[in-house]
Design a protein around this ligand. Sequence first.
Ligand code: ZN
Length: 604
Amino acid sequence: MSEQKPPRWDMTNVYPSLSSNEYAKDLARLISLIETQSNYVAGPMQQLNAQSDLKSLAKTAGDLIEQTNEIFLIKGTMTAYIESFVSTDSYNKEAQTKQSEFDQVAVRIEKLQVQISAWIGQIAAALPKLIELDERTKAHPYFLYEAAKYSRYMMSEKEEMLAAELSLSGSTAWTKLQGTVTSQYSVPFEMDGKIQKMPMPALINLRSHPDAEVRKKGYEAENQAWNTLKEPLAAAMNGIKGEVNTLNARRGREDALHASIDQSHIDRETLEAMFSAMRDSFPMFRGYFRSKAKRLGHENGKLPWWDVFAPVGESNTVYTFAEAKEFILEQFGEFSPRLSAFAKHAFESHWIDAEQRSGKRGGAFCMEVPGVGESRVLCNFDGSLDTVTTIGHELGHAFHNDCAIKAHKTEIQKMTPMTLAETASIMCETIINHASLKKVRNDSERLAILEAKLAGDSQVIVDIYSRYLFEKEVFERREKSELSADELCDIMEKAQLATYGDGLDERYLQKWMWTWKPHYYSAGFSFYNYPYAFGLLFGTGLYAIYQKRGNDFVEDYVQLLASTGEASAADLAARFGIDIRRKQFWTDSLKIIGTQVDEYIHIK
Ligand SMILES: [Zn+2]
């Protein structure tokens, strides 16, 4: 990767800059739309109730939907634009100020949505009839029914308003603190005889470094750093989980999981069916961990944490960014020319920010920029097959967005739950994986590809389940008292032992996983973990159908992606003849992964 630096993204077609007239004009327009909706909500909307005539109700619901779509379009665009600076440069003061200003505006939108949901809840009984009376309500039935359902778990309007305002100085502030602390902290680290300042995300990425000594030293440096940072991070965790518990209790939720599964558009039956299949699969994954440990020379057959992500086989190939692009486009092309053409466009239009640098957040994500009908992808590209796959994954999200954009879906229709949001990304990962396995020339290459795939899958099943166990216990114990950093570490270790079992060396677990995974620090979405498992297993199940049906599957698939905001996961799955409340579907997907584990174990 020597000659060319991985690229940064280009945002200039969205606005010229944060201080531009164009940005200011959109902000002014957004505020004016919010004021119009505020007046509407306080006036015409409040004058109607369950006893009003259906025609007026339908028109009012239709007006509210239309206003909301307009507001969400600008809000989504501005949020993404600000995020493009904040996520890549946490030192950018102007962006932080703009974000903070924008948070105030976003809260007004949130408050309006709460009032609208409450009103929809009041007229819930009339929904089946009124939906038919207006083109706009007809286009958004799922949104209306979901709003009515959500309204059952709301505090009084005044309390909801106060909670939304206070979240800015509560959970939102904690979330920001966690992001800033983990992205800005750098530690001196010696590599290739040179001591360099290494930001935490780059240090974490050393987990997949080809040199075992570097991985081990990285692990030790990481542990030391987290020990230094543990107090502010534990405070952030306590602040967020405490706030979520308080609000859930006030809203009449059964537990912290309750709101999460509603937001995921699934139910407990589905989740338990999936979890049960996952628990059954742990011995299979432990077989993979043990085989990997042996390959890396750990005679006890147990992996120390620093080797969980170690490359195995001939994956020491380092990709340049240009090679990564070529590889991805080729593999996508085998699935569908549309997917490949789309990805090419994303690369060539500078939608991807891949360079690692200080102040940039770790990990990867994709965001839609609705105002320009595009997406942007952030990742920390280091040339490993793992980070190549990550680009493929994130481009899957972008493709998902594109399917909805091309189908002219409204902003409301596009609101996809986390569970289904991972479908396309996992499909893209699977496409890359299967296509590249077909092309291997020898066992060592095969081993490297299987390794990358299984390292990822075992994270999504085994590690994700440990994160679920961790978060469940944190929520339960946070009800009684705050948790110290040490207690959080204990809960994490316990969760890792329960899932990885004898696949991990119990002397070298990673008790600090809770410090840097941003998912634990989202007050708006608790249990930001199982949706990944859902996505992997759902995507794998769909891939199996693609293998059976071939090309004629692709059109159905594109339509499914365009509709993920318009039905429950179970209803969407039913279109493919899949019953996700049955354990069998999940077990079958895990079996597909199991055949790869078998293959892995048997390669000499
Ligand atoms: Zn994803």
